[in-house]
Write a protein that binds this ligand. Structure first.
Ligand SMILES: C[N+](C)(C)CCCC[C@H](N)C(=O)O
Ligand SMILES: O=C(O)CCC(=O)C(=O)O
Ligand SMILES: [Fe+2]
Length: 419
């Protein structure tokens, strides 16, 4: 059945369309006098699918969605053996040789495929369901990364289970479950991990590659101010993302508290995507400012042997422009640098927008507080979930590392997850 495998978004998730939703007959009818305008109609009992060749593009209607494919796009994406190497999944076609105003000289459709003949005689064949799955309009309606945005009640009620060290290290299903939770909520725990740096390294390497930074590969720190940063004190830290001063902030942060003999020191977690969504719902203009205006974050360290100067530039909210989906937040008021990237008449409006996001992030109902204990390893999506900590007394030793985001997502995809 043609198009039966097309995927469309339903309540934020991609769901297959059932076969019965796409009863098609292969019947071509002429809709206008011009030869170029053709329409592919569905069976009389259903109007769910038809296509039409227009002046500039192919219009395909399916499952209530109207999609458009530009002709130069249709030429560029040709999957014939000469245009595309399906062994390497790479394009062979030199796109610079395609006439930008190209138009097919001939088109034909059968039950499942669209055939386009180009002026030089080359024939391109598209499966209609492939087109439906690769349209801009479909992408616009679906999430790149399905997620459940949360406040503390939502997270608590979800009763997300932690992975267990033994099972996690040996069973791919346990790893998959862990990664599914991590992708959905932006945080995930492994429990029962031996309280050592080595075991922490082992557990993170089960997930992916460690991202080495100027803090080292694995770090194990305490409040000794060995580095020029407030993290290395006993002070409270408000919610923030780490390494906002990198051009590419670290994707994942891992924490394992190996020891704490004292009071306080709880960890604060806040879903930045939830707060960003609140801003989008309440004041879209503020959301837009936070998404459009680039600012700088900076790390200047000058302590004993450590000399570092890092600068990261980008908006607070990084969004995909086609659907406003936030994919990365830079939010660190400690590390935010001098603002000299915004003209004076926008500055105040930016502060208003930033204040609204801060207000959302600080609502007590959005705060999840956890006490990290030896054995319990926390993975945080540092592009999404802010972390902070309560001030503390006594000796507290925290170890962990950053992970390379691309590799974590790669592993998730290899296990069959959408990432
Ligand atoms: C995690 N570790 C202790 C190694 C580094 C902490 C970095 C702290 C810095 N202000 C930031 O937010 O990026
Ligand atoms: O001490 C903590 O719990 C976290 C400190 C912090 O924000 C960090 O190391 O990135
Ligand atoms: Fe931090």
């Amino acid at each position: 059945m043609p198009l039966a495998r097309a995927f469309f978004r339903l309540h934020g998730y991609l769901q297959p369309i059932s076969k019965t939703q796409a009863p098609l007959v292969s019947r071509l009818i002429r809709t206008q006098n011009e030869v170029k305008y053709w329409q592919y109609t569905a069976a009389p009992q259903s109007t769910s699918c038809h296509w039409q060749l227009q002046e500039e593009c192919l219009e395909l209607s399916y499952g209530g969605l109207v999609m458009h494919f530009d002709y130069v796009w249709l030429r560029d994406h040709c999957r014939s053996a000469s245009c595309y190497n399906s062994k390497t999944n790479q394009r062979n076609l030199d796109t610079s040789h395609v006439e930008l105003n190209i138009c097919p000289t001939n088109t034909r459709v059968d039950d499942e495929n669209l055939f386009l003949t180009w002026p030089d005689g080359h024939v391109t064949k598209y499966n209609l369901s492939w087109l439906a799955q690769n349209s801009y309009e479909g992408q616009k309606q679906s999430a790149m990364q399905p997620r459940i945005i949360w406040n503390s009640d939502i997270y608590a009620n979800a009763k997300v289970s932690s992975a267990n060290w033994d099972k996690f290290m040996t069973c791919d299903d346990e790893l998959k479950k862990f990664l599914r939770n991590f992708l959905l909520y932006g945080i995930a725990f492994v429990e029962g991990v031996p309280p050592t740096v080595e075991a922490t390294e082992t557990v993170t390497q089960r997930v992916s590659l460690i991202r080495e930074t100027m803090y080292g590969k694995m770090w194990n720190f305490t409040s000794d101010f060995s580095r020029g940063d407030t993290a290395y004190t006993k002070l409270a830290l408000d919610r923030h993302t780490d390494t906002s001063y990198f051009q590419e902030p670290c994707g994942i942060q891992v924490f394992h508290c190996l020891k704490h003999e004292g009071t306080g020191g709880r960890t604060l977690l806040v879903d930045g995507f939830y707060s960003a969504d609140q801003v989008l719902q309440k004041t879209p203009d503020n959301f837009e400012l936070l998404a459009r205006v680039p600012i700088k974050h900076e790390y200047i360290e000058n302590v004993s042997d450590h000399r570092n100067h890092m600068i990261g530039i980008g908006p607070v909210l990084n969004v995909y422009p086609w659907n406003n989906e936030v994919y990365m937040i830079r939010y660190n008021n400690y590390d935010r640098a001098v603002i000299n990237t915004i003209p004076h008449d926008v500055v105040k409006r930016w502060y208003v927008a930033h204040r609204e996001l801060t207000t959302e992030l600080r609502k007590p109902e959005n705060e999840l507080w956890v006490k990290l204990k030896p054995g319990k390893v926390l993975f945080i999506d540092n592009w999404r979930v802010m972390h902070g900590r309560e001030s503390f007394t006594g000796l507290r030793q925290l170890c962990g590392c950053y992970l390379t985001r691309d590799d974590v997502l790669n592993i998730a995809r290899s296990l069959g997850l959408q990432a």
